[in-house]
Design a protein around this ligand. Sequence first.
Ligand SMILES: *[C@@H]1O[C@H](CO)[C@@H](O)[C@H](O)[C@H]1NC(C)=O
Ligand SMILES: *[C@@H]1O[C@H](CO)[C@@H](O)[C@H](O)[C@H]1NC(C)=O
Length: 222
Amino acid sequence: MAFHLSITLAIVAFALSSAYAYDPSPLQDFCVASNDPKATIFVNGRVCKDPKLVTSDDFFTSGLNTAKTPTFAGSTFSAASINEIPGLNTLGLTLIRNDFEPDTVTPPHIHPRATELALILEGSLYFGFVTTDPSDRTKNRVYAKTYNAGDVFVIPQGLIHFGLNVGSGNATTIAIFNSQSPGFNFVPDSLFRSNSSISDDVLSKSFRVDKKVIKQIRSQFS
Ligand SMILES: *[C@@H]1O[C@H](CO)[C@@H](O)[C@H](O)[C@H]1NC(C)=O
Ligand SMILES: *[C@@H]1O[C@H](CO)[C@@H](O)[C@H](O)[C@H]1NC(C)=O
């Protein structure tokens, strides 16, 4: 009897410990995003288009045979996100193609709401992420590796990660995220943009360098 009770309590404790705080699971076959700029209804995601007005094109985009939009010097991207495929609304997915010229860096960044799974289509890229030790910040650890065409790697949700094209030619990756809104938080930009609200004083103390060094770095981000 006591055994059964403890099993029951364990199951209840497990159920209560589960938190569903991310993109909601779909509650219908689809919920295609509305393009109405005057929409005044706010939901977690975007409001649904009238199902009677939904067409096949709401579930489709094209052009990912190239990466068109510049990101950092030497890199471009094309996205298949909720902006291109309104039918992705509430489905918890984003796909991005990135092209990198040789020596191009992807600065340390975080996707606060998504795990990333990436396939190298072409080239050689050094990619890695940093784990945070919960009890000792001197024990943070880097997991990094050089990946080649056909390799697939995962970046756990919310961790700082980075990349560098270490091959002699261009490189291409296809990355998928388990959120329609992964978030793209590039650490250098967040810290050093000229109109960032973080003061030189805070940054010079945090990085343990003279304020001149902070001003020099900041000048590269104006
Ligand atoms: C590498 O990418 C650049 C920029 O898109 C392009 O101009 C160049 O032709 C590419 N090189 C090769 C060998 O495909
Ligand atoms: C920060 O500066 C950029 C570039 O000058 C400008 O486009 C942007 O609106 C500014 N943002 C704020 C919050 O002041």
